[in-house]
Design a protein around this ligand. Structure first.
Ligand code: DO4
Ligand code: MG
Length: 278
């Protein structure tokens, strides 16, 4: 089951049906037992003031309401190695290695909901950064009670020269206008994604592939539940939250995003999140 947000409604895609089912995203994702509740809305039919229509021509928005976006870091071995290299001059060799194996994960604030870009919208690199990369990540949608209710795709666009210069610059490397994209849909499921689920990144520049890489969720060192448990330990999320789970795909050091680059991230049960760099 996929949920799409549009300007006026929340659309449910279930089998061959695409149906407008709600207009309050926050209430919907916090509904008790969401995965069981959604099919009951489809069976109510048009006479219950629900209507079936195609949403292909409607503008899709990021699958987010009033949720904060948080992110986990260094959850894949590839990310650990890349950060150690980029932060060598700042003494990064040990703190990235230590967080990879530590019990407590790295968790950081990524974006306020109003700063998130949806599918098809422009993403940005910082004007004061020299080295910017997309980070394709599985994103968890977690309700106010700390239950994972679904999955979407996140792009944790980052400035690697700024985070590599000094770890205290991390918030500036991670949080700025256009640094977070989410979409195209929320895949609602009570079950975890299959370990073999792929996460694929493709960057196209001038019609040619500038970078392509992939990983699978089984490469993640921590479980989604473990990340949520740490995030919710001492923080309440009255509307729920979105939690990006870290990247396992890192372009080579000579790669940096350029204006006009098309960034496509695919995770099969969810779809493809496509954005262009402003
Ligand atoms: O600490 C650096 C950021 C890590 C990150 O964003 C990731 O591993 O995805
Ligand atoms: Mg990341």
């Amino acid at each position: 089951m996929l949920l799409y947000r549009t300007k006026d409604s929340v659309m449910l895609s279930y089998g061959s049906v695409v149906q407008a089912i709600a207009d309050d995203w926050d209430a919907l994702i916090n509904h008790e037992n969401l995965a069981a509740y959604l099919p009951t809305l489809v069976s109510e039919g048009p006479q219950q003031q629900h209507f079936v229509k195609s949403n292909t021509n409607e503008e899709r928005l990021a699958p987010i309401g009033n949720q904060e976006v948080w992110a986990a870091g260094v959850t894949y071995y590839r990310s650990r190695s890349a950060r150690i290299e980029e932060s060598q001059d700042a003494g990064g060799g040990t703190f990235y290695d230590r967080v990879y194996t530590a019990e407590r994960p790295e968790l950081f604030f990524k974006a306020a909901p109003w700063r998130v870009r949806g599918p098809g919208a422009l993403i940005r690199t910082r004007r004061d950064a020299r080295w910017s990369v997309p980070e394709p990540e599985l994103a968890l949608c977690v309700n106010s009670r700390g239950t994972i209710v679904g999955y979407t795709i996140g792009n944790d666009v980052s400035s690697r020269d700024i985070e590599g210069e000094n770890p205290l610059y991390l918030p500036q490397a991670k949080c700025y206008d256009g640094s977070c994209a989410l979409g195209p849909a929320l895949f609602v499921s009570e079950d975890p994604l299959a370990p073999g689920t792929g996460i694929e990144l493709r960057v196209t520049r001038g019609g040619a592939i500038a970078f392509q890489g992939s990983t699978t969720v089984s490469e993640m060192r921590r479980s989604p539940q473990e990340l949520v448990e740490f995030l919710y330990r001492e923080m309440s999320f009255p509307h729920g939250c979105i939690l990006l789970t870290g990247t396992g795909v890192i372009p080579p050091d000579e790669f940096t995003l350029e204006s006009g680059d098309a960034v496509d991230i695919t995770i099969p049960p969810i779809g493809t999140l496509s954005n262009v760099v402003e």
